[in-house]
Design a protein around this ligand. Sequence first.
Ligand SMILES: Nc1nc2c(ncn2[C@@H]2O[C@H](COP(=O)(O)OP(=O)(O)OP(=O)(O)O)[C@@H](O)[C@H]2O)c(=O)[nH]1
Length: 207
Amino acid sequence: MFEDRPNRDAEVVLVGRSNVGKSTVMRELTGHDVSTGGKPGVTRQPNHFDWTAQDFMFTDLPGFGFMSGVKDERREQIQTDIVHYLEEYADHILAGVLVLDGNSAVEIIDRHADRGEVPHDVEMFGFLREVGIEPIVAVNKMDKVDDEDERLNAICDRLGVYPPWQQWQGETIAPICAKRGSMEPLYECLRTRFHEAKRDDLLGFVS
Ligand SMILES: Nc1nc2c(ncn2[C@@H]2O[C@H](COP(=O)(O)OP(=O)(O)OP(=O)(O)O)[C@@H](O)[C@H]2O)c(=O)[nH]1
């Protein structure tokens, strides 16, 4: 199990396959320069970004799916740890941000589905809902996507969310480009969640 979780009442977690840009999203959210780029699977332990005064933190959970240089057994252990973490702290988690790579998500999901497997992203989306954490899908790397509406609708379709994607704007689907600092759609979704949770004191983190 992951260790050293600060005891905070409110939390937003980020999950996503390796190399989707989770650390870059985190840097934009927190202003902390976490290690980005390089080898996929760099993040192996949760990174907590902690605000004691507000009793709140953002948590970057390790990338699931492909991790280079990590043995199968170890990778499975990390996945099990992620699941346990989300189950255990679900009551404190105001939002689960599933970060996808807008440029490759549909292709990867379809490849796994064609093999008769449940794609990781689809599984994680469903799992978050199952444990009572409403997911926000941050579709990153939109700078690499030409047919924006078509791609976002395909992502909705694969996740079992009804297209058109625009009806989930500000709530569930957030097309972003973390590398260029285009984060407003994600901030909008987070503001909605904080407001619903009556935590308007947290709005300053996403304005
Ligand atoms: N084109 C583009 N590239 C991006 C964007 N955001 C991140 N990247 C790049 O994607 C690569 C992976 O980014 P990271 O933030 O390290 O990804 P990660 O998901 O934290 O990776 P792990 O540590 O392996 O879990 C880096 O080369 C980033 O520069 C984006 O919005 N557009």
